[in-house]
Design a protein around this ligand. Structure first.
Ligand SMILES: [Zn+2]
Length: 635
């Protein structure tokens, strides 16, 4: 059935089977959702059950929208909102979007603005005839969250047109015949970096992730040159999480003809934009030519359709997806892909952690159906056993305490997203328990902004952490122990100052402020450098980790100077956001239902092969380790 016919069918159901047909002025698709435009919101509000029933019947998510003719004046509506919402909700901004009749209310305590069971929300809607959307004001002010929210609201009519076009495409008539599904690796197979897959059916083409390898010159980007990648014909990109090796090349797609949506969680969208902007900034600073610019990042943002965990969503006539928690970083997802009507099911883990961390619950392993599992193999080698988290934590704290007692400083190179926040929560917890004295912890590089985004999406965090934030009102990210380093002057003060912990980017010391600290603090044997994350072969971090005692570094004038490494260099394993070998095996053991086939990717060649052979021996299932550009016919 074509989009128009499908709309006609939905209209028929509304007219014949609901009590509110008389107030509906228009029905349209916006992306995967059905928008009901109506002239009497009040009446619709009273028919909550009938709307739910309709959504079930047409198997679509429904968005209610006021007909432009009934909108009250924004000034009056704003007054009414401020009168209705109790001051404890802490409203920080109210922005009206005329095109879609929506008012975005940002509040410090969104729960209060929504009211019990959504009662206040409905009351606001009834009084002002705008659809209110309540969003959380991050307790740490985040420029990026603010700019993203604002730019989506300002995109108004342009974004609506984009979504309508995408909506018609999703609901097009299924023309192609046949029942095969194939998966082609475009990058990130038998390697780490530039992850990308193309999933094809006779009807649809979907891309899973589209990353870059920041540490490589000649293998930096995925293979988009193959004939089956035809960007204008691509239905959608599904983004598993915000790390650049999964999202770094997405803006490029828009520059070369892609006009479809990117599906990801709201947190992934914000973090992805943050990391992409930083990627472009660094390239500009280093005079490197990138194949896209900030304008293309904005285009990506306009085409992004955020989906929450658990939302079942049609993305093409024969493909339906659902995101589930992956336990890796904020917003990271395992993607369940359902092809056809019960024809085939694929689970793509992206990067995942099958263990409890301080930040997240373990990756989800229960699905309605799964025939092929495509899995993260980063630590799939036989020897990749990480120590217990608790042991890693006490080792880390012991080194930190000893160093500070001796009057030294601790430098921790960390990725802005993930490890940095894990270390912050650990330090905060230890201080509460009296194991760590209240020395200042300086955060430099993008860590502050990334942490702010964490505070905007507490619903993604682990149960324990949510409880600590909401029930006990102890948000570890807001601890006064953490100090943001704002520029070179303050950095110099930190270097000159008292004993302290410095957590700074880049995680593999490939650049960023961590190098400034390293240059000045490396010669003093009282100081210590602690690695807590993966150090890629060839990176400066890996060299220092291996024991280089003299490191050539460029100063501001571009001259190379040798830096003597007298500081202690330590590596504490066990903080990883990836599953280790035991957790990977455990995941395949536990996943339900049992898949018929496992595809190992995202790992060095030997690790993928090693994991695949272990899985085959242990579970007697077919395993595959494709090379880049190899295609697997799934059925
Ligand atoms: Zn990742």
């Amino acid at each position: 059935m074509a989009a128009e016919e499908l709309l006609g069918e939905i209209k028929r159901v509304v007219v014949e089977e609901t009590p509110f047909a008389s107030v509906i002025s228009d029905i349209s698709f916006e992306g995967p959702r059905v928008v009901l435009c109506c002239k009497n919101l009040d009446l619709l509000m009273q028919n909550g059950e009938a709307i739910k029933e309709l959504a079930r019947k047409i198997r679509k998510r429904i968005v209610l929208r006021p007909d432009p003719s009934i909108l009250s004046k924004p000034e009056e509506a704003e007054k009414e909102i401020r009168r209705l919402v109790p001051p404890e909700a802490g409203i920080t901004s109210i922005i009206f979007s005329q095109v879609i009749g929506e008012v975005t209310i940002e509040a410090q305590k969104p729960g209060i603005a929504i009211g019990k069971g959504g009662a206040l929300l409905r009351e606001i809607m009834r009084r002002i005839s705008w659809t209110p959307r309540i969003v959380r004001a991050p307790p740490i002010k985040s420029e990026i969250v603010q700019n993203i929210r604002l730019s989506i609201i300002q995109a108004g009519a342009g974004r609506r047109d984009i979504l309508q076009k995408i909506g018609r495409r999703i609901h097009r008539e299924q023309k192609a015949k046949g029942d095969w599904t194939r998966l082609t690796s475009l990058g990130g197979s038998r390697e780490v970096g530039r992850s990308s897959f193309l999933l094809q059916t006779p009807e649809s083409r979907i891309m899973l992730d589209c990353g870059v390898n920041v540490a490589s010159e000649d293998r930096a980007f995925p293979h988009l040159e193959v004939p089956e990648v035809r960007l204008p014909e691509l239905d959608a990109v599904i983004l598993s999480h915000a790390h650049l090796d999964h999202c770094g090349f997405i803006p490029y797609l828009y520059k070369y003809g892609f006009e479809g949506p990117v599906y990801c969680t709201p947190a992934t969208r914000d973090l992805a934009v943050l990391l992409q902007l930083d990627y472009v900034d660094i390239a500009e600073r280093e005079d490197k030519l990138l194949p896209y610019n900030k304008k293309d990042i904005k285009t990506f943002l306009r085409h992004c359709i955020p989906l929450d965990y658990g939302d079942v969503t049609d993305i093409s006539p024969d493909i339906r997806i659902t995101f589930h928690n992956a336990g890796h970083i904020l917003g990271s997802s395992i993607v369940h892909i359902h092809v056809g009507e019960g024809l085939y099911n694929l689970v793509y883990t992206g990067d995942m952690k099958f263990d409890k961390t301080r930040l997240f619950s373990p990756a989800v392993c229960m699905f309605p159906r799964v025939e092929t599992l495509v899995m993260d193999s980063t630590y799939g080698g036989g020897g990749d056993i990480q120590p217990f988290r608790a042991d890693a934590e006490s080792e880390f704290i012991r080194i930190v305490n000893e160093t500070l007692k001796q009057g030294g400083k601790v430098v921790v190179p960390a990725f802005a997203v993930g490890r940095a926040q894990e270390i912050m929560i650990l330090l905060d917890d230890c201080r509460r328990k009296g194991i760590f004295d209240g020395f200042p912890v300086y955060l430099d590089g993008m860590i502050w902004e990334a942490t702010a985004i964490h505070t905007a999406y507490p619903e993604c965090l682990s149960q324990d952490l949510r409880e600590q934030i909401f029930r006990m009102d102890q948000n570890p990210f807001l601890s006064d122990m953490f100090v943001r380093v704002k520029g070179p002057d303050q950095r110099a003060q930190v270097i000159e100052g008292e004993p302290a912990v410095i957590v700074s980017t880049a995680g593999m010391m490939a650049g960023g402020p961590v190098l400034e600290y390293f240059k000045e603090l490396a010669p003093d044997p009282r100081n210590v450098l602690i690695f807590v994350g993966y150090q890629c072969e060839g990176s400066l971090g890996r060299r220092i980790q291996k024991g280089w005692r003299e490191v050539p570094l460029r100063n501001e004038k571009g001259r190379v100077k040798n830096v003597k490494v007298n500081m202690e260099v330590r590596t504490v394993e066990g903080f990883s956001g990836h599953s280790d070998r035991a957790q990977l095996l455990n995941y395949v053991q536990r996943i339900s239902p049992k898949p018929q086939r496992v595809v190992c990717c995202h790992g060095e060649e030997s690790k993928c092969l090693d994991l695949a052979s272990a899985l085959h021996k242990l579970f007697r299932i077919e395993t595959r380790v494709p090379r880049n550009l190899e295609t697997i016919r799934l059925h």
